[in-house]
Design a binder for this molecule. Structure first.
Ligand SMILES: [Zn+2]
Length: 398
């Protein structure tokens, strides 16, 4: 498909009021998005993948059995006993036939509540006599999920299998829990004073599930089956991610011919729905000025015009940001709005620096909206089970 969008690196410019400033910033803008070799210094050391993947995190198998014996895999964030607790949480979920999304929610919850440690409580009589991995002091809560007295005896709540089972029993009774954001699903079970704290663990919880259970966070549920790497549009992977539109990647990330192309292009018909790739908060939704400072995103753009057109930036758990450029009309979301994974945010068009309808899609890490934060969306989305241009997506495109 003949597309030539800009991949604008830094749309979030302050409002411009002074002519000289406009000229200066427009010059910078042009340099960043479409310029020649003079900006090459800017790209030094930016191409590498920041993630240090554990070896068995890389593939998604059809068999997601969790191995409870022997050494646990090594992860920088958690030690052997904590990963063993995570493995118990997964195993109980599997026995109860809860889908992998539930394992991610349960592990993220235990990360927040106990740091994946089976905690006694300094105010709960007898709890310190039971084998434990630390001592908390919150009300009368104990165990991996910090369950209070109503959930069972002290000994029961400090048995990881029991605690996990109780968590799942409540989770699966929550209406539509598989479609809820992790925060809302966990909050319905835990009734925590700090519900927003759960979401920040979604990223690592997904990685733990992948490491311990053969890439299970990369699956979507289709009927009773778990399918790897095919979350697209309305189907959301257990990791919480989905491909924003069907269709394969045409022009790639920072290719030799387009070293400043900080995203990927996915060709699609004009008007194709664009879905939020994960739950998050809209940071920006507006028309990106072209290289002359014009904001005429309601007309089709052209190669060399500059700018991202109508576009949206969304902030997600793990401080990832996704960007969606060249929409056909004003986005359907507004800054500050919370969106769910798979929610409709706009439609494919050709506004801005574009020669034909397509989605220019970017992923940034560390909450960095500039080009410095951009990473290759292809391996990132595959690792989330929402591979761009997956086979189900190709089928859906027909
Ligand atoms: Zn592009």
């Amino acid at each position: 498909m003949n597309t030539e969008p800009s991949g604008v690196e830094q749309p979030p410019r302050p409002r411009l009021r002074i002519g000289a400033l406009v000229t200066a910033l427009t010059a910078t803008f042009t340099l960043l998005c479409c310029g020649g070799g003079s900006a090459a210094f800017f790209l030094t050391n930016l191409g590498g993948e920041p993630e240090t993947l554990v070896s068995n995190e890389i593939t998604c198998q059809q068999d997601h059995k969790v191995n409870m014996t022997g050494d646990m895999p090594r992860m920088p964030q958690y030690g052997d006993s904590q990963l063993r607790n995570a493995a118990i949480i997964i195993k109980v979920g599997q026995e109860m036939k809860v889908s992998p999304r539930g394992w991610v929610i349960a592990i993220a919850t235990a990360m927040q509540e106990s740091g994946l440690r089976n905690l006694a409580n300094s105010t709960v009589v007898g709890s310190r006599d039971i084998p434990n991995e630390g001592v908390g002091r919150d009300h009368d809560s104990v165990g991996l999920f910090q369950q209070r007295a109503g959930w069972g005896s002290v000994a029961q709540r400090m048995t990881p299998e029991y605690a996990a089972r109780k968590f799942y029993e409540k989770l699966v009774k929550v209406d539509n829990w598989q479609q809820l954001s992790l925060t809302r699903a966990a909050q319905k079970v835990q009734i925590s004073a700090y519900p927003d704290a759960y979401a920040k663990h979604e990223e690592i919880a997904s990685r733990i599930v992948n490491v311990l259970a053969g890439g299970a966070a990369r699956t979507v549920q289709i009927g009773n089956r778990s399918i790897c790497d095919q979350a697209s549009a309305e189907t959301v992977a257990a990791s919480g991610w989905t491909a924003p539109i069907p269709g394969g990647v045409g022009s790639g990330f920072r290719t030799a011919s387009r070293p400043r192309h900080n995203g990927v292009d996915i060709a699609a018909r004009r008007g194709t729905p664009i879905h939020a790739a994960a739950t998050g908060r809209v940071l920006v939704a507006r028309c990106d000025p072209d290289r002359n400072g014009r904001r005429d995103c309601d007309v089709d753009g052209s190669p060399g015009k500059g700018g991202c057109g109508w576009f949206v930036d969304i902030l997600h758990a793990g401080r990832y940001i996704t960007r969606y450029c060249h929409m056909v009309a004003k986005p359907l979301v507004v800054p500050g709005q919370e969106v769910k994974a798979g929610e409709l945010i706009g439609r494919v068009g050709s506004s801005g620096n574009s020669s034909g309808p397509h989605l220019h899609f970017e992923v940034h890490r560390d909450g960095d909206r500039s080009s410095l934060g951009a990473i290759d969306p292809v391996p990132f989305m595959r690792q989330k089970g929402a591979a761009l241009g997956s086979s189900s997506a190709r089928i859906a495109r027909r």
